[in-house]
Ligand binder design. Structure first.
Ligand SMILES: Cc1cc2nc3c(=O)[nH]c(=O)nc-3n(C[C@H](O)[C@H](O)[C@H](O)COP(=O)(O)OP(=O)(O)OC[C@H]3O[C@@H](n4cnc5c(N)ncnc54)[C@H](O)[C@@H]3O)c2cc1C
Length: 337
């Protein structure tokens, strides 16, 4: 497999993590990342980057989903103990999740047993924040800030002799005959590239504020969250199903501000640095699959890796590892498809 020519489409968290995994597993291959948008123009850049798969996150089977999550956690945790961690935007972060409705809301079976600490909040902790919380959990997890991770990953990829090209594809068939195989990490772009109507945008808006004293994350009901990052604190949020609106909405801004300030009054005086909007590429299940795409001129070997919804930064390493295993199978003609 020494003369392999592989393309990864997409330069968000999924595309760049996959490209690095291809380089690691196929040391002699020529690897190219093709993407229309990079860094600050991607959905990945909008993410707060908390390692927290929602309980609804799902792959094709529970076993596979858990493997993706476990592999991802160990990948990020290994990176976190290297000298590269802060350059790659990875750090430890602890915090709370609160609910008034049900104890189930603050439990997460993917994380209990995986994270070093995941426990019920004490009575005293339940009153750390305003809101009269009845149920709570405290956990120690990781944060992956894409504002740092995406450029770090792109540089690492280029340093490993990878090539990056700016290109918008209208069809996968444009790549037929040019590559031995391609990995499709186009997020919501796959809706059009693959005519995949299972992909639905879930719009989110966040505020970035300057509040360096805030070192703990707080996650409450109705998508209200306060997540400290490297250079700012993210306040969120909202989840608007099937909305394609990429404009900042003043009503979302006011709602996020009011909910977060009521949860943690000390952030009231924090200067606003900016606002971001992104469309989470939701698909049930996330698609990590092989496909031979018939084109007018040739047959193209494709591995898909998209549809991570609100949990793509969390799960990028695990699904990328799986996608690269499928790449190996498709290249050697393994017919388990
Ligand atoms: C407000 C908000 C908060 C979030 N918070 C978190 C969080 O705390 N933790 C977490 O894990 N996740 C979070 N997410 C989710 C996370 O952002 C996504 O799951 C993740 O970014 C998806 O990554 P991706 O690489 O698939 O997509 P993207 O980042 O959108 O990248 C897609 C890439 O494909 C390229 N592309 C698409 N179509 C084409 C085409 N036709 N031709 C060429 N290139 C193409 C694009 O240009 C881009 O480079 C959040 C999302 C939002 C909106």
């Amino acid at each position: 497999m020494s003369d392999l020519n592989i393309a990864v489409i997409g330069a968000g968290a999924i595309g760049l993590t996959t490209a690095l995994e291809v380089q690691k597993e196929f040391r002699n291959a020529r690897v190219t990342v093709l993407a229309e948008k990079f860094n600050t123009d991607t959905t990945s850049f909008v993410a707060a980057g908390l390692f927290r798969p929602g309980t609804s996150f799902c792959g094709p089977t529970e076993t596979i989903t858990r493997k993706w999550i476990n592999d991802s956690y160990h990948h990020w945790n290994d990176l976190n103990v290297t000298a590269e961690a802060s350059l790659a935007g990875v750090t430890e972060l602890s915090g709370y999740m609160f609910s008034k409705i049900s104890p189930d809301i603050v439990r997460n079976s993917y994380l209990e047993g995986l994270l070093p600490i995941y426990r019920a909040a004490t009575e005293e902790e339940l009153s750390l924040c305003n809101g009269g919380w009845k149920y709570g959990s405290f956990f120690s997890t990781l944060l992956i800030e894409c504002g740092l991770y995406l450029p770090w990953a792109a540089n690492k990829f280029l340093g490993g002799n990878g090539t990056i090209e700016t290109k918008k594809l209208s069809s996968l068939s444009e790549l037929a005959g040019k590559y031995d195989a391609v990995i499709n990490c186009t997020g919501l772009g796959a809706k059009y590239l693959c005519n995949d109507f299972k992909l639905v945008p879930i719009r989110g808006q966040v505020l970035k504020v300057h509040a360096p004293w805030c070192k703990t994350f707080f996650y409450a009901e109705f998508d209200t969250y306060i997540i400290p990052g490297f250079n700012s604190v993210t306040l969120g949020g909202c989840r608007q199903y099937d909305s394609f609106n990429l404009d900042i909405c003043k009503y979302d801004y006011l709602s996020i501000q009011e909910r977060c300030e009521s949860l943690l009054p000390s952030i009231k005086s924090s200067p606003l640095i900016g606002q971001r909007v992104g469309l989470r590429p939701h698909r049930d299940p996330v698609r990590v699959e092989k496909e031979i795409v018939a084109t007018p001129t040739d047959k193209l070997k494709v591995v898909h890796n998209y549809g991570h919804g609100g949990y793509g930064v969390t799960t990028a390493p695990g699904t990328s590892k799986h996608a690269v295993e499928l790449l190996r199978e498709i290249l050697i003609g393994n017919s388990k498809m």
